[in-house]
Design a protein around this ligand. Structure first.
Ligand code: ATP
Ligand code: MG
Length: 308
């Protein structure tokens, strides 16, 4: 697995003295989808802006496929496509002209066939002769993506790509991201939507108050940190919770029939079988069992709350 983006000791203190990023290290592997998850003001846009050369870092450096983002700016930047969080597209130009021009900015020769493909992929082809300012918000966002792809970047940054977009566009975006990944593009996206990270990402980084709290393979994250909730409905009512179940951390619902147990599969040996054996040992009959694995959302909320 080779590294395409390497971030070392990067920090940012804005002019007013506010530290938006504490020294941070992160390597991104070629071809992966990395989701940066964090609440408002966590530092996501600041981080992306530094990598893309829009904001100066206070300390540290970024290497993009071997090119330093400052001393090798042009080469580093040419590898990168950025879809910014804020749309800046009040243009009188047409969609076609805007996207073609964007490619030219990176010194790439015209490639109408490629621009056509990008516009078709983003369902913008029938709008190609429309002026940008006549488009809807969602279409403008698609244009921003088309612009970012016009120079065939190897790394694509999507800063909140699906904030405020409808379900259709979100699905389109996800499909597009998968196609790009299949074509070998590395994708780094920021999002508030945990389900988006859960659905899309190979790895997830959680950032909060300018600190990278955690970076982990999504699957491992779900496996290691995911808690399980078991609800066992008993065939008959219980007056009180038997001691051995109470010791296990099981709770009895007000109805006297629902036993709820939350545990971490990674830490508890023989979780479910152990619980069922305890229930059987008490001579209780089980009517129903329901299990639920905690989602990434629970993990995220715990992490962010824990840091406060
Ligand atoms: N130009 C600036 N000058 C001073 N402070 C700034 C500047 N830009 C951002 N900040 C502060 O840095 C912190 C991080 O902002 P940033 O935009 O990186 O957060 P974010 O994680 O992208 O948030 P959001 O989810 O709302 O987009 C915030 O507290 C913000 O107010
Ligand atoms: Mg942001």
């Amino acid at each position: 697995m080779s590294t395409i983006l390497s971030i070392s000791d990067l920090s940012k203190t804005y002019d007013g003295g506010f530290t938006a990023l504490h020294p941070l290290n992160l390597d991104i592997a070629r071809g992966e989808i990395f989701a940066l998850l964090g609440p408002n003001g966590a530092g996501k846009t600041t981080l992306i802006s530094i990598i893309c050369g829009l904001v100066n870092a206070s300390t540290g450096r970024v290497s993009v496929d071997g090119h330093d983002s400052i001393t090798g700016f042009r080469k580093a930047r040419a590898q990168i496509g950025l879809v910014p969080q804020e749309l800046a597209t009040e243009s009188f130009e047409t969609v076609w002209a805007t996207v073609s021009f964007s490619r030219g900015l990176f010194g790439k020769p015209p490639n109408p066939a490629l621009i056509e493909k990008i516009l078709r992929d983003l369902s913008l082809w029938d709008k190609k002769d429309n002026r940008i300012l006549t488009l809807s918000g969602g279409m403008k966002r698609r244009v921003m993506i088309a612009k970012a792809l016009s120079h065939e970047p190897r790394i694509l940054f999507l800063d909140e790509p699906t904030a405020g977009v409808d379900v259709d566009l979100r699905r389109d975006m996800w499909r597009l991201v998968r196609r790009l990944k299949d074509a070998g593009v590395t994708i780094i996206l920021t999002t508030h939507y945990i389900e988006e990270a859960e659905e899309m990402a190979d790895r997830i980084g959680v950032i909060n108050r300018g600190r990278l709290m955690l970076v982990e393979e999504k699957d491992a994250l779900m496996r290691n940190l995911g808690r399980k909730q078991v609800t066992v409905t008993l065939a008959s009512q219980l007056g009180a919770l038997p001691a051995r179940l109470a010791e296990r951390g099981v709770r009895l619902g007000d109805d006297g029939r629902a036993l709820t147990w939350i545990y971490e599969p990674a830490r508890v040996r023989a979780g479910m079988p152990g619980l069922l054996a305890d229930i059987a040992a008490e001579g209780l009959t089980v009517a129903d069992i329901d299990t639920r694995r905690s989602s990434l959302e629970d993990i995220f909320v715990d992490l962010v709350k824990g840091a406060q």
